[in-house]
Structures are given as C-alpha cells and as structure tokens.
Design a protein around this ligand. Structure first.
Ligand code: SAM
Length: 472
C-alpha cells in the first residue's frame, strides 16, 4: 500500500493521512477487486502502466464535495474588492478569476452569480474553473444540481438562477456560459511555473494589449471553449482573484509549498488568493499576507500596496464609511438595488431582537461587522434555543474577532494557542447537536492543531471525512 500512497502523493499531492490511510486502502482494494488483482504490488505495477486505471483510482480517492456559496463571506469580499480596488484601477480591462479546484462547478458559478448580481458586465469578466477530476468537470459542464449543492440559511439565489426540473436544478444558461472549464492537475508536470511568477513583473504589459503571458508553459493554446466538455486547455494567467479552497488540506507540508508556489505564479502581483477556513495558516506560512477580510480567508502577495490596503480597510471598518466618505450602504446605487446587497452592505446597526435570523447574523458577519454578528448569534440562540448553525456561526465570528486582535498585536502570523480557543467550545456545541457538521469538525481540528493536540485534531479530520463521504 505504501507504494500506492507514494504514487498518489507524488502525482496528485494527496497525503493519505489527510483522509485516513485506512480509507485510501479501502478504496484501493475496491479498485484491485475490479481489476481482479490480489496483491498491492501488482496493482502498483498496473498503475504505472495504465493511464486509464490511474484515472479510475484518482476519481475514487478525490474528495469532490462542494456547494454553492460555501463560506459565503468570500463572495461578498470579492464584490467589495472588485468594486473598490480593481474597477477603479482597470477601467477597460478583463477581470480574470480562477477557481482551482472547482470540483463540480458550484464555486465558479457562485462567482458568476455574485458578479452578475453586483452589476458587473459579463463581457468584462473571465471565469476559469479547473480541476483534476474529469467526472467532476463533466458534472460542472452539465450544470444540473441536486439538493446537496444548496446549503445554508439563504437559498434565495436558487430561485433567481435555477429552474427546478425532474433531473434537478438547472442553472440558467446566462450564468453557465460565463465559466470555462479546464482539466488540470495543480501539481502536474504538464505545466510549470518558472521564475518568480507572473504577477510580480508585468501588470502593464498584460493590461495593454493582453499579449504578455506568464512564464507558465501552457499545454494547449486552443481558444477558449465556453461551457463545453472539459479537456486540457490553457489557463491564462495572471489572475486577479484565485479561489483555491479546500485543496491544500489534503496535501502534506512539502506539497502545500509546491502548490502555493504555483498559485503564486498564477496570481497577479496585486491579486487575492481565497482559501478554505482551515487553510489560511498554511498560506501565511507560504509567504502570503492576510487581507484582513473577516471570514473571507483571503490573502495577497506581499508588496507595497499591502500597507495602503490595510489602512483603508481598517479605517473603513472603524468608521463604517467607504473610501470617499460615503456611508457603506450608499456606495453604489446599483449595488444597493441588487439582491447581492445583503452580502456586501449589511445594516450598520445591530438588528432588533425580533428581526434577527440566521441569514441576518450571517450577513453581518459577511460584512465584517463582527461584534454585531456575535450579538445577533447570541440573541438568536437565546430566543430560538440551541442550534448547530447558530453555534457554528458564533464560533466563526469568535475566531475572526480573535484573529483581528492577534493581527493588531503581532502581525500576520497565526500563532500557536496556549489555552483552548473560545471558539472550540462553540464548535463542540454545534457538534453535539449535529455530529456530522463538517465545517465545525474542520474548524475544531484546526484549533486543536494550533493547541498542539494533534491526535484529537486527526480524529476530528477523520470524522469530517466520514461525514463528507456520507453526504456524497
Ligand atoms: C473538496 S473539493 C473543493 C471544491 C471547492 N474549491 C470548494 O471549496 O468547495 C476538492 C477538489 O480538488 C480536486 N483536486 C484534488 N487534487 C487536485 C490536484 N492535484 N489538482 C487539481 N485539483 C485537484 C478534486 O478533484 C476535488 O474536486
């Protein structure tokens, strides 16, 4: 089995320990049975010689779980950054966004819905979704979804962008055609990042004439294939925003470093990298700088703009006012009229008791109003009684508030914890009520790791994996 684990690590980065060596062994045995083989050594040989069997094994071991607007503060942050930073600097250029890994498409389509509702013209935007799994990409291209793809308290977007049919919820073609899909192994040999990365040297050339491309060797220079069957094709870096969420957690340290180097090469010098909640510390270790966007888990490359960005953002969160001194809620008439406004411009004042629902508490959190969000969660829990969703959100907000304090005190580093984090207790309460709450399991694992409780952290990760397998 070790030989097969090594192959998986070397070729696709999968660290068997991240999902449990026994889980991987079970999946391998299933494949061996299908191939009529008894000995792992024979199967390892087959994998070396048969690209087709290799593909089958990859499809068996990847964790493709995803859903629309997962960690939705990231999408709210995307709109803010596009409107406040990117658009003023790039009045005519194309906004480039990469979702890698995109799995079955929910993430890049959430980006497309978000930007469309914020009034950004589709012609101004290029959204690429990339993943290793051909099966996941085929489902992404089909754009028909079951109920597992819709989670959380606010599903109004489903009514706006999907049609319910016997097969499932069909995404509107207007959104679907905004995303191009590519089959890509982030760690594969078929393309490389050479040198220090695209973004660091070139914004002017790429913006003027769009000819300068990165030092990434592309493996096909085929034209863009809008919303078609996935196959290897070219990415076109540098990207202004990259979503690489819930992939690094499956890699070991060395592979995380390799992956981050490649992502750095794909990201524009002034771009932002969004990762999963459990991955922000890893990204920091890889040299990225936190963007201080609560609950959005975003970071950027180190550079001159960083101080400027942080000052502006702090000023805004302190005063509740935008860059030009306008109240946050009046920054854009178009945005204020759009359904996305609840994501981006939550009410400035805490809500009255009677008005507080989970969606409102989430909107406050998404807008970075952490104290108001915490108060709203507490009210909600008091009024309606314990709920896993309420405790989980309060845990997230507690973590984000703590992180803000740490950032003030000791800069970017995500330090080890000397005492149990108060959010851990909240995640445990959520898990008491809903033992398979995957996100609570992952967050609890991360906090336990920071406390040095590695065995407990691994146990939580395993539970998260089992919960994920059950829900697929
Ligand atoms: C848990 S999903 C994450 C999807 C989405 N980003 C999210 O956060 O909901 C992980 C995805 O990573 C893909 N993946 C695993 N290893 C990869 C690699 N080396 N290169 C590209 N994609 C990979 C899997 O196929 C799977 O679809």
């Amino acid at each position: 089995m070790k030989q097969i684990e090594t192959l998986l690590r070397e070729r696709i980065g999968l660290d068997a320990a991240s999902i449990g060596a026994s889980v991987v062994a079970r999946l391998v045995r299933l494949r061996m049975k299908t191939c009529g083989l008894d000995r792992p050594a024979d199967y390892a040989r087959l994998l070396q010689n048969s690209p087709d069997e290799w593909r089958q094994l990859v499809e068996a071991v990847v964790v493709a779980e995803t859903w629309f607007f997962r960690d939705r503060a990231a999408f709210a942050a995307l709109v803010r950054l596009v409107r406040e930073e990117w658009l003023p600097r790039h009045p005519v250029e194309t906004l480039r966004i990469l979702s890698l890994p995109c799995s079955t498409g929910e993430e890049p389509y959430s980006v497309a819905m978000t930007l469309s509702e914020a009034g950004i013209e589709p012609q101004r935007v290029q959204i690429d979704g990339a993943d290793l799994s051909a099966v996941a990409l085929a489902r992404a291209a089909r754009a028909v979804y079951g109920k597992n793809s819709f989670r959380g308290p606010d599903l109004a977007f489903r009514d706006r962008h999907f049609t319910a049919t016997k097969e499932g919820y069909v995404l509107s073609p207007a959104i679907a055609r905004q995303v191009r899909f590519h089959q890509i192994n982030l760690l594969g040999d078929e393309w490389r990042v050479e040198g220090r990365g695209t973004g660091d040297s070139e914004p002017a050339t790429r913006r003027n004439g769009e000819t300068a491309r990165s030092p990434i060797r592309r493996f096909a220079d085929s034209p863009a294939r809008p919303h078609a069957d996935p196959r290897p094709s070219s990415l076109t870096p540098p990207y202004d925003f990259i979503f690489c969420r819930n992939l690094l957690i499956y890699f070991d340290r060395a592979t995380q470093a390799r992956a981050l180097e490649r992502l750095g090469g794909l990201l524009h010098a002034e771009g932002y990298l969004f990762v999963g909640p459990a991955e922000l510390p890893l990204v920091r270790e890889g040299g990225f700088v936190p963007a201080h966007l609560p609950l959005a888990f975003a970071s950027c490359k180190p550079g001159l703009r960083r101080a400027e960005r942080e000052t502006a953002r702090r000023r805004e969160s302190e005063t509740g006012r935008g860059r030009n001194g306008e109240p946050a809620s009046g920054r854009s008439r178009r945005l204020a009229d759009s359904p996305i406004r609840r994501l981006t411009n939550a009410p400035a004042r805490p809500l009255a008791d009677s008005a507080v629902g989970l969606a409102e508490a989430q909107a406050l959190a998404d807008a970075g109003q952490l104290e108001a969000a915490a108060a709203a969660c507490e009210k909600l829990l008091e009024r309606d009684g314990p709920s896993a969703a309420g405790y989980y959100l309060l845990g997230l907000v507690t973590e984000a508030r703590d992180q803000e304090v740490r950032n003030e005190e000791c800069g970017a580093r995500n330090s080890a914890l000397d005492t149990p984090h108060p959010a851990l207790e909240l995640y445990r309460k959520a898990l008491y009520l809903e033992p398979n709450h995957q996100e609570a399991l992952l967050h609890a694992a991360l906090l336990l790791e920071r406390q040095g409780e590695h065995t407990a952290a691994v146990a939580y990760r395993r539970r998260a994996k089992r919960a994920s397998a059950r829900s697929q």
